[in-house]
Design a protein around this ligand. Structure first.
Ligand code: P6P
Length: 343
C-alpha cells in the first residue's frame, strides 16, 4: 500500500526544515485545514440543507452574498482567530481588516482569504474554492499593526494555496518549497498527499477567458486571444477554450494540464477598470503557486508578485499559467506599449 502522507505530517516535516521555526505556522495551518473540512462538509450538503440561495445582503465587492459564502467566511474567521498566532486577517467578504479579539492570544502571522470564490456557481453544483495568502508581520510586534503589514507585495508571502470543492475536495498549497496537492479522504477525515511537487507544463494547450466581454478589452488583449486561437501559434493549432467561471477550478485544471487563465482589464465597467480579480486574495496567492510550479503571472506588463498593493480590494488585470503562454502575452503587451510610445 502506498505510503499515505497526511497534510499534518507534511507541514510538521516542513517545520523541521525551517531554522528557528516555533510551530506557530503549523498551528495556523492546522486551523486552516480544519476550516477546509468544515466548509467541505457544508458545500457537499448544500443541495440538501437550506444553505443555498442569497442572504439578501451585498458584500464590499457589490456582489450578492450567498449563505454558503457567509458561512465559509464565519468559519474561517472563527477558527483562524483561535490559532493564537495571527495579528490580523482580511477577507474578500469584509471591507476592512479583521481584528483578532483582544481576549485571544496573538502572533506574527497575517492571513488574507477569499472564503468561497466562484460562489455564483454554488446553486448549479459547479466547483468552487477557498483561496488563502499568508504573510509574516514586518513591523515591531510591540507596536500597533501597520497597514503595510497587510498590504505587502505578493513576493513576501510565506505560504499560499486553495481548497477546491469538486468531485473530491483538494488542498493545494506552497510554502515556497514547491506546490503540493492533498486529496481529502472523508472516510478517515484526512487530507492525503496525492499530487507531490506539481509542475505546470511549460507549453500550454488551453486558454481560459470570458470571451463574452471581448468587445470591452484593450487592443493587446484582443491580439493575445487571437494568438491562442490561431493555427500559427506555438502549438501550430488553436488552443482549446475552457472557462468554468470559477477561478480555483480554471486555475487547477490549467495547473495540471497546462494553459493560461486571463481576466483582462474591462474598459467598460467602472467597477472593473483594471479587471475583476482582487490582487490580495486571488491574484497574489495564485501567482505564488504558479511561479512555484514553474509558470508565470503578470498584469500584462508587470510581475503580479512585484505589485505594491495600494488598498485591500485592489483589482488588477490577470494573466497566469504556463511560462511560454504568459511570456507571449507579455511580449504582445510590451510591443503595444512601444507602439503607443512611438505615436
Ligand atoms: P466572470 C467568481 O465570481 C470570480 O471571482 C472568479 O472565481 C472567476 O474566475 C470570475 O469571477 C468569473 O468572472 O465575469 O467571467 O463571470
Amino acid at each position: 500500500m502506498a505510503q499515505q502522507v497526511t497534510v499534518t505530517e507534511h507541514i510538521l516535516l516542513h517545520q523541521k526544515m525551517v531554522p528557528g521555526a516555533t510551530g506557530q505556522f503549523t498551528r495556523l495551518f492546522n486551523e486552516l485545514v480544519l476550516s477546509a473540512k468544515i466548509i467541505s462538509r457544508a458545500v457537499n450538503k448544500a443541495g440538501l440543507v437550506d444553505v443555498l440561495g442569497f442572504t439578501g445582503e451585498v458584500n464590499v465587492q457589490g456582489e450578492e452574498v450567498k449563505k454558503l459564502d457567509e458561512y465559509a467566511n464565519r468559519i474561517l474567521i472563527h477558527r483562524l482567530a483561535r490559532s493564537g498566532v495571527l495579528c490580523a486577517m482580511a477577507s474578500e467578504e469584509n471591507a476592512d481588516i479583521i481584528e483578532v479579539p483582544e481576549s485571544l492570544p496573538r502572533g506574527e502571522y497575517i492571513i488574507i482569504f477569499d472564503p468561497l470564490d466562484g460562489s455564483s456557481n454554488i446553486d448549479v453544483n459547479v466547483n468552487i474554492g477557498t483561496i488563502f495568502s499568508i504573510f509574516k508581520r514586518r513591523s515591531d510586534p510591540d507596536a500597533a499593526l501597520m497597514s503595510g503589514d497587510v498590504l505587502q507585495k505578493g513576493s513576501e508571502q510565506v505560504a499560499a494555496g486553495y481548497v477546491l470543492y469538486g468531485s473530491s475536495t483538494m488542498l493545494v498549497f506552497t510554502c515556497g518549497d514547491g506546490v503540493h496537492g492533498f486529496t481529502h479522504d472523508p472516510s478517515v477525515g484526512e487530507f492525503i498527499l496525492s499530487h507531490p511537487n506539481i509542475r505546470i507544463p511549460e507549453q500550454g494547450k488551453i486558454y481560459s477567458v470570458n470571451e463574452g466581454y471581448e468587445r470591452y478589452w484593450d487592443r493587446q488583449t484582443k491580439k493575445a486571444l487571437a494568438y491562442f486561437k490561431s493555427p500559427k501559434n506555438a502549438l501550430r493549432k488553436p488552443y482549446s477554450g475552457r472557462y468554468i467561471g470559477s477561478l480555483v477550478a480554471d486555475f487547477h485544471r490549467n495547473l495540471l494540464y497546462g494553459g493560461i487563465f486571463m481576466y483582462p482589464a474591462d474598459l467598460r465597467d467602472p467597477k472593473k477598470p483594471t479587471g475583476k480579480l482582487r490582487l490580495t486574495c486571488e491574484c497574489n496567492p495564485m501567482a505564488f503557486l504558479v511561479e512555484q510550479a514553474g509558470g508565470m503571472a503578470t498584469d500584462g506588463l508587470n510581475r503580479i508578485l512585484d505589485i505594491e498593493p495600494e488598498h485591500l480590494h485592489q483589482r488588477v488585470p490577470f494573466f497566469c499559467g504556463s511560462l511560454n503562454d504568459v511570456r507571449m502575452v507579455q511580449e504582445i503587451f510590451e510591443a503595444e506599449s512601444r507602439r503607443k510610445k512611438k505615436k
